[in-house]
Write a protein that binds this ligand. Structure first.
Ligand SMILES: *Cc1c(COP(=O)(O)O)cnc(C)c1O
Length: 428
């Protein structure tokens, strides 16, 4: 057989029709992809510059054990993060178990009983509902006497400035702004829009802490929320900034005081940042961060490719095929569970690991409806790797993200299309 790409895809279960359809879609995306490459180039230099300025050395790649006093690699890595995010300090630790933990840590350490937390961008990510106590939960902020108020986005996705102003009161201590849409079909916020919102809030109450849930947003733009006034940016290392190599971890970059509060809560009052052995993960943290701008770019291209395919087939896609991107997540609304399930089967079938298993919806902890998840990742649950998930509830939207390489993201999307076509959910 001829060594053509088409032949190779055929061997991977992609029909000629799906292949042709996808190639035609891609022909129209050259310019957008070039723009993404430019952002990756800029951010690659940003990361290298930070690593050089902070004098990352071979010794930094080694880890410590036990208490982890004087952990050069850990301290230097935190300086690198602070340099990239242009913040006073950062906490970057394998002891932060996931994104939810990083966010919970940032909130619990910077709020005190009697304080109020405000979300001016609507409902936060599902797992934060239990952190805040929107859904009753042991250990929530609510149990500690921290109240919560929320102002939804307006119908057209814009900020409800009037009600945000009304919601800010003498108790308001911290404002949480989620950059990415999460499991919602609202638009993701650009860094510029986050900046406008922060300016407005600080104009009313200058000393309020503005925190941004930066999950999935890192390196998508040239600026980060901390460049436009955020006091704290928080995220997961098994998403963008871990570059697919970090096996665990989370980060909080921000003002000295915010980061210090978080450190005293993560370890212990009195100990703070001084302890926390890095064990053997530092090399992967550094190398993953180094790769993150290009990995993120590949994932973005995959998302845009998916948007263009499914929009053409008549489904609602968020973001749509042409709008600018501020995170790596792509939502496709199928309107029925079968579409979500077929899409996830395609992603699973494209995986390098566990490609032979069939994903099924299940009642996952932290979520209020069954969720189907497809991933065959090198790092369990890593969603910078090619993955898709969706709650089985209206509007039956699937959320797709990741791909350590653009080529793999492309293949994954082609597989979803093949599954969707074969299931009779759409035709090309
Ligand atoms: C993934 C995510 C979280 C939670 O991160 P986990 O690592 O899954 O706990 C929080 N907020 C947003 C916007 C996310 O995308």
């Amino acid at each position: 057989m001829e060594q053509t790409i088409k032949n190779m895809y055929q061997q991977m279960g992609i029909s000629e029709g799906v292949f042709q359809f996808c190639e035609e879609i891609l022909d129209g995306l050259t310019e957008r992809f070039a723009e993404i490459d430019k952002t990756a180039e800029y951010n690659q230099m940003k990361v290298v510059k930070a690593m050089q300025n902070c004098k990352v050395s071979e010794a930094c790649l080694l880890g410590t054990t036990g208490y982890g006093y004087n952990d050069l690699g850990r301290e230097t890595l935190e300086a690198v993060y602070a340099s990239i995010f242009h913040t006073e300090d950062a906490l970057v630790r394998p002891q932060i178990t996931c994104g939810t933990h990083a966010l919970a840590l940032a909130l619990m350490s910077n709020l005190r009983p009697g304080d109020e937390l405000l979300s001016p961008v609507g409902k936060p990510y599902d797992t934060l509902e239990e952190v805040i106590g929107i859904r009753p939960s042991k250990g929530s902020l609510r149990e500690y006497g921290i109240t919560y108020s929320q102002v939804d986005l307006l119908e057209d996705g814009s900020f409800d400035y009037e009600n945000i102003k009304k919601a800010i009161n003498e108790k308001t201590k911290l404002v949480t702004i989620q950059r990415s849409k999460g499991y919602q079909t609202r638009p993701t916020l650009s860094v510029a829009r986050i900046g406008e919102l922060i300016s407005f809030i600080k104009g009313i109450k200058p000393d309020v802490i503005c925190m941004v849930d930066n999950c999935y947003g890192e390196f998508v733009e040239r600026l980060e929320p901390s460049d436009v006034g955020a006091d704290m940016v928080v995220g997961s290392l098994i998403k963008n900034p871990g570059g697919g190599l970090a096996p665990i971890g989370g980060y909080i970059a921000g003002t000295k005081e915010c980061v210090e509060n978080a450190a005293f809560r993560l370890t212990s009052p009195g100990l703070g940042k001084e302890v926390g052995a890095s064990l053997g993960v530092l090399k992967d943290f550094y190398q993953g961060l180094f790769l993150s701008p290009t990995v993120t770019a590949g994932a973005l291209k995959g998302a845009i490719f998916a948007a263009n395919i499914y929009e053409k087939l008549g489904f609602r896609v968020v973001p749509n095929s042409t709008e600018s991107r501020h995170d790596i997540i792509q939502a496709v609304e199928f309107g029925k569970p079968e579409g979500v399930i077929a899409f996830c089967k395609g992603i699973q079938a494209a995986a390098p690991v566990d490609s032979f298993v069939t994903p099924e919806p299940w009642d996952m902890p932290g979520y209020d409806s069954p969720v189907i998840m497809a991933a065959g990742a090198f790092v369990a649950g890593s969603s910078i790797e090619l993955s898709a998930d969706g709650p089985i509830k209206p509007p039956y939207a699937v959320y797709f993200q990741g791909g350590l390489t653009y080529e793999h993201a492309k293949f994954g999307i082609m597989k979803t299309l093949q599954e969707v076509i074969d299931a009779g959910i759409a035709s090309i």
